[in-house]
Design a binder for this molecule. Structure first.
Ligand SMILES: *Cc1c(COP(=O)(O)O)cnc(C)c1O
Length: 371
């Protein structure tokens, strides 16, 4: 049985009529860049995230970049984040002219280890970006407490955590700003590129709206140097449709995670992802750990089961960030994760039979009987 890593077509088929009607409404009104469809989604998404303001932008990467810019991060500043994230987190820091500073992650959650934060703070530190990796929110209380005591901004990279929660609070609503990607493969995915920032800080939202629209304060009045990164009308319309389905899709992901756990929990050779008691995990990625990871992935691929790796090489070991001067051994937990991580197929439309197939093949590969 074929088990793809992700299947966007199945989801499209399940909402085809609604999706096409939404796109047609955009065509009929020609509201292509920014405009009412993007605006409606901004409002809906802010409400979903339990935030006062939502600002749509072109990509998740831009959402991080603009959040940092709007919080005043610039040349000479340092921003602390983790090295086991998508490279966009670091790029956003670099594109402000600031320097990424990494701290290692917790060995259970793979999220920022708050115990390592204080030692990484210098007089140049301006902000912290906790990354809610795989859909699990970081341990935000100690992070925000340290940030407050040192007067640092907190920008949540919630690009993998739409609808995730920390002690009942929505991902993105806890820091000064929460940044989201709607890249097609994300838990809430557009039909193209899109991103958004949510915040409860009204003046920050005003600055963000200026940054994404050429620094315009009002028509023809440009009071800061901005950029062009409005949300596309088609994306706003599609995202508003898909947002209504997100709670059900998230529940399906959590159900699949439960099934994986049930069918794999007796295997000592692999480590299942930990779910912290403070977190409502939304399983953008269901990543297990296995020694000889590449062999396992190849064996599953032989059976038409397709896995991923998030991420095979941490950012501090990427050529692009060589100049930061880190090396192998700088962040041992993130490095071990990069060597052993395997992302199993995960999307709402997965079937029980597909999950059973995946688990049985993993069991067989490891020399165990089927469940
Ligand atoms: C996807 C992602 C981004 C970037 O989002 P884009 O929309 O692709 O620009 C940033 N951070 C993390 C953790 C992501 O997963």
């Amino acid at each position: 049985m074929k088990v793809p890593f992700l299947d966007l077509k199945l989801q499209y088929d399940s909402i085809k009529d609604e999706a096409q009607a939404a796109l047609e409404a955009v065509l009929d009104s020609c509201a292509f860049a920014g405009g009412p469809f993007a605006g409606k989604f901004e409002e809906d998404f802010a409400e979903y995230c339990e935030c006062a303001e939502g600002v749509g932008v072109g990509t998740g990467t831009t959402s991080l970049w603009m959040a940092l810019l709007a919080l005043g991060v610039g040349p000479g500043d340092e921003v602390i984040t983790t090295p086991n994230t998508f490279i966009a987190t670091a790029e956003a820091i670099s594109f402000c002219g600031a320097k990424p500073v990494f701290v290692d992650v917790d060995s259970e959650t793979y999220n920022m280890d708050p115990r390592l934060l204080e030692a990484a703070i210098t007089p140049r530190t301006k902000a912290i970006i906790p990354v809610h990796l795989y859909g699990q929110v970081c341990d935000m209380d100690p992070i925000t407490e340290i940030a407050r005591s040192k007067e640092l901004s907190v920008v949540e990279d919630a690009c993998q955590a739409h609808g995730g929660q920390y002690k009942g609070k929505r991902a993105g609503s806890i820091g000064d700003a929460g940044c989201f990607s709607f890249y097609p493969g994300k838990n809430l995915g557009a039909y193209g590129e899109a991103g958004a920032i949510v915040t409860n800080d009204g003046p920050l939202a005003v600055r963000l709206r200026m940054f994404r629209d050429h620094g315009q304060e009002s028509k023809g009045v440009h009071s800061i140097i901005g950029w062009n990164s409005r949300m596309d009308g088609f994306q706003g319309a599609i995202l508003a449709v898909k947002l209504k389905h997100l709670p059900a899709w998230t529940e399906a992901r959590r159900r699949h995670a439960g099934t994986y756990r049930e069918l794999l929990s007796d295997l000592d050779e692999i480590t299942l992802p930990a779910e912290a008691d403070y977190a409502h995990h939304v399983y953008h990625i269901f990543a297990i750990r296995a020694k000889n990871r590449d062999d396992l992935i190849a064996a599953l691929k032989e059976k038409d089961i397709h896995c991923g790796v998030h991420y095979p090489r941490p950012i501090h070991l990427q050529g692009a960030y060589e100049d930061l001067g880190y090396g192998v051994g700088s962040f041992p937990i993130a490095e071990a994760q990069a060597m052993e991580s395997v992302s199993l197929p995960m999307f709402p439309e997965l079937t029980e039979a597909q999950i059973e197939t995946v688990c049985n093949e993993i069991r067989r590969y490891l020399g165990h009987g089927a469940n």
